[in-house]
Design a protein around this ligand. Structure first.
Ligand code: SF4
Length: 362
């Protein structure tokens, strides 16, 4: 018998369909969602304003489950990375990123969570730890939502900003992502505004086309990392199937009826994509797409050959983009000391498990 579906994975629409099929009114959906998302109960018995019959019906068809938090790593810059174990034993990593202290000394209450969408990744970008073990499977809607609930338990606060930049290519798990987004953005659900959610893609064009048709104003970040097919082919195998000649029109289509700028993420890798010629090619694409650029000096990954360019070279690259009037930021990955780059914590843990390490050190 497969396990019952998670109540935390039910969109309002799905819950409504279930309850009306069993003779209940729309009002009951509101009550159930209120218990799950506002009052945060973890059992159907706690839903005291529902009839015993309805509570039994819910318990016979759904369940509550919280993923096991296996490790939590904090770092000097207060970024916290955690690893959760799914029910099939798969490990998933997520990162909590608090806003930096405001200039007046007041701490912002913004909490960003970097969410994973798959266990491992099939896309095999050459600089990324998540791709090293390949794709194990898609995360379910409940497992995507579960990362947010775990983060809120760890942080003791509500998460109010999400970036789908953890393990996996979110747009290749579109159906589960779409249901998760409905629950996340619903005013009866987690109620995080669409404009506080960023989906990051490596350039998976079929998924981008689906996202272009998705009505909510979710933000988009594209892991470009190379401004020519030659560079992207070298470090991102996805480009061989969907080269820039397909990716750029798909991004134009996404932006057509939106008042939103995509962000071009660009990891600066020494002697691969960090020349001034690369910068001018990046500028050309950014102008075409009315995009902003986020530069990320490469975070070394054990077992991979790439290196971070010098400070001076990173600055020269940024200045060249800035001079061309493209909005540009340079972001250093937070949490270098906790393996914060995508996929590294899970990779280490998997290695430990395979080598018979003592396991959890949380
Ligand atoms: S960068 Fe993203 S798409 Fe590429 S291998 Fe890593 S997780 Fe997958």
């Amino acid at each position: 018998m497969p396990p019952l579906p998670l109540i935390t994975a039910q969109t309002e629409e799905k819950l409504l369909a279930f309850l009306t099929e069993h003779g209940h009114t729309k009002f009951r959906v509101q009550q159930v969602m209120d218990w799950v998302w506002r009052k945060r109960v973890t059992s159907f018995d706690a839903m005291t304003n529902l009839s015993p019959g309805l509570r039994t019906l819910l318990a016979e068809n759904f369940r509550f489950h919280s993923p096991e938090i296996v490790e939590i790593h904090g770092s000097a810059d207060t970024t916290r990375k955690f690893l959760t174990r799914m029910e099939d034993g798969s490990l998933v990593e997520s990162v909590i990123i608090p806003a930096a202290a405001a200039e007046d000394g007041e701490q912002s209450d913004r909490i960003t969570l970097c969410v994973s969408s798959q266990v491992g990744c099939a896309f095999g970008c050459k600089f990324c730890a998540s791709g090293l073990l390949g794709l194990k499977r898609n995360l379910t809607t409940g497992e995507i939502i579960g990362q947010i609930l775990s983060a809120e338990t760890i942080a003791g606060k509500r998460v109010n900003n999400l970036v789908f930049m953890g393990m996996g290519e979110p747009l290749s798990n579109f159906d589960n992502l779409e249901d998760a987004l409905e629950i996340i953005t619903s005013h009866r659900g987690l109620e995080i505004g669409a404009r506080h959610i960023t989906i990051s893609t490596s350039g998976f064009v079929p998924g981008l086309k689906k996202l272009a048709a998705y009505p909510r104003q979710i933000r988009l970040a594209v892991s470009l990392h190379g401004a020519t097919d030659e560079v992207r082919d070298q470090i991102m195998p996805v480009n061989k199937k969907w080269p820039l000649s397909q990716l750029i029109p798909a991004l134009e289509e996404w932006g057509r009826d939106r008042n939103q700028m995509p962000t071009l993420e660009y990891i600066l890798i020494k002697d691969v994509n960090d020349s001034l010629k690369d910068a001018s090619q990046l500028v050309r694409i950014a102008k075409k797409l009315h995009a902003k650029v986020n530069l990320i000096p490469y975070n070394t990954v054990e077992g991979l050959p790439w290196e971070r360019p010098s400070e001076g070279r990173c600055r020269a690259f940024r200045d060249a983009v800035h001079k061309a009037r493209i909005p540009v930021t340079m972001r250093y990955e937070k949490g270098h000391d906790i393996n914060a780059a995508c996929g590294q914590l899970r990779l280490r843990k998997e290695k430990e498990n395979n080598e018979g390490s003592p396991g959890c050190r949380a």
